[in-house]
Design a protein around this ligand. Structure first.
Ligand SMILES: [Ca+2]
Ligand SMILES: [Ca+2]
Ligand SMILES: [Ca+2]
Length: 473
């Protein structure tokens, strides 16, 4: 997202696989609920003053939100009703907190925050806040990097790497059409203090990223970043990007966005997103999500800011497959999980297995704050393993409240249904494990994993899990 706000339009590079018709239900005239893709979305926490921006699952599985009123807050649902009832302000006067990352250090918790130094912008800074007494309020604060370049974009997401040795950050371009002093991904030692911008203790890892707002480690240790690409090239181009960050590479900005022309030395993206969609926060399914697979990534598209009537993409949460094939190449295929959901900026997967996202700017039925999405029927499927042609994949089914009922599992494409399996849901949570067979001729085909719960006597379908779309590579 640009500091000013931003824009987008429909992507030709994004395959819309699910008809994500969104249904707005107003229950009792009060609590808005939206349904899309087999999910029900409800407000988890309404940001009381201003918007909600960054969102991340922290230690002990709780959600941390960086908000437009300059606060970093801890959000928790202790009663289990899907709404936050514990809200603690961890730090305030932390303007535009677009990046939050954590390190547990003995009994202390380090919370790294990337933020601007004034309410209305200015230079960015990375601060390490320390909570020494576990009361969710910081007790000490140390500047890690100061005087990060101000301009069209700011310092964005932060990520501590799996080794804990480096704190990675993304710094947006300081000018809209040229890097200025930014457009990069860098790293610094987490214990560094008062490092001024330009100091050799800051290592610049990759360049040519206009505004890599989302930055996150894949569960396999690889670092990925979204990039929201150039404006003012018309409504049809360029697409936004998901990039695998590799040391020493240049990712194209300002000369190239999307797939580089043949022979161009810049690094191509692993995935294309909505044209002017403002691809921002991302979250990998690391196994915590209730229904899904470890080969999924969720991305928030904030949408276009220019107001051009030709720009209609974005303002959606994208659910994408991200697979690495046997030759080490990454494949990416995206579809809408939900559209027209205000201005979503960041996504996170909660410890309860629900998908959470921030809405920075409201829209009809969408309050600014944090929203929670969970399978509408309560029935879930999780794929274990990567779908490859000819292989068998284990599917874990959970159908609380349907114990003793039958389930029916199958693979479908537009015309055919295969690998039909049935069984009985056992135990208090209605658990079962089924196996589906991926057809040998399925490379490039989009398949849907469909799981239905059947009435024990009539055989009628009484509940359906969110469909899982897989494309076999
Ligand atoms: Ca609650
Ligand atoms: Ca404290
Ligand atoms: Ca690029």
């Amino acid at each position: 997202m640009d500091s000013r706000s931003r824009s987008c339009r429909e992507s030709r590079g994004v395959a819309v696989l699910l008809a994500a018709a969104t249904l707005l239900i107003v229950a009792g005239g009060a609590r808005a609920q939206h349904r899309s893709g087999g999910y029900a979305f409800r407000l988890f926490w309404a940001a009381p003053e201003g918007d909600a921006r960054s969102l991340v699952r922290g230690p002990r599985g709780r959600l941390w939100a960086g908000c437009g009123d300059g606060t970093v807050r801890v959000l928790e649902d202790r009663s289990g009703d899907g709404k936050a009832d514990y809200v603690q302000t961890f730090a305030s006067r932390v303007w535009s907190p677009h990046g939050i990352s954590f390190r547990i250090r003995g009994t202390a918790l380090d919370v790294f925050v990337a933020h601007t130094t004034t309410r209305y912008g200015g230079a960015s800074r990375i601060t390490r806040f320390v909570d020494t007494d576990k009361d969710d309020r910081f007790d000490e604060a140390y500047t890690v990097i100061s005087h990060m370049p101000p301009g069209a974009h700011q310092t964005n997401n932060l990520a501590i790497d799996p080794t804990g040795k480096w704190l990675w950050f993304s710094q947006g371009a300081t000018a809209d059409k040229s890097p200025g002093g930014g457009a990069l991904v860098g790293k610094v030692a987490p214990d560094a203090r008062d490092v001024p911008w330009g100091d050799p203790r800051i290592q610049i890892v990759a360049n040519g990223l206009r505004n890599a707002w989302g930055l996150a480690f894949h569960p396999n240790g690889a670092l990925f970043a979204t990039d929201n690409t150039r404006d003012d090239l018309g409504d049809a181009t360029p697409p936004d990007e998901l990039n695998l960050i590799r040391a020493g590479r240049h990712y194209g900005f300002p000369d190239v966005a999307g797939i580089p022309p043949k022979g161009h030395p810049s690094e191509p993206p692993v995935g294309l997103l909505g044209v002017h969609g403002s691809a921002n926060g991302l979250a990998f399914d690391d196994g915590h999500l209730m229904s899904g697979s470890r080969h999924q990534v969720f991305i928030a598209e904030w949408g276009s800011w220019t107001g051009s009537p030709g720009l209609t993409a974005g303002t959606r949460i994208v659910r994408a497959q991200l697979h690495r094939d046997a030759r080490g190449r990454w494949h990416f295929e995206a579809h809408d999980l939900i559209r027209n959901c205000g201005r979503p900026l960041d996504v996170a997967i909660g410890r309860d297995g629900a998908l959470y996202f921030t809405v920075q700017t409201s829209a009809p039925g969408w309050t600014e704050g944090v929203w929670r999405g969970a399978p509408a029927s309560g029935v879930t499927v999780r794929l274990e393993g990567q779908p490859r042609p000819g292989c068998k994949i284990e599917v874990a089914v959970r159908a609380p409240g349907h114990e003793g009922s039958r389930y029916r599992l199958s693979l479908r494409d537009e015309k055919t249904e295969s690998s039909v399996r049935t069984g009985t849901l056992a135990g208090a949570l209605g658990r079962a494990t089924g196996t589906i067979q991926i057809p040998g001729d399925s490379v490039g085909r989009r398949l849907r994993v469909v799981c239905q719960v059947l009435h024990p006597e009539t055989g009628a379908i009484v509940a359906t899990a969110p469909e899982l779309v897989v494309t076999v590579f």
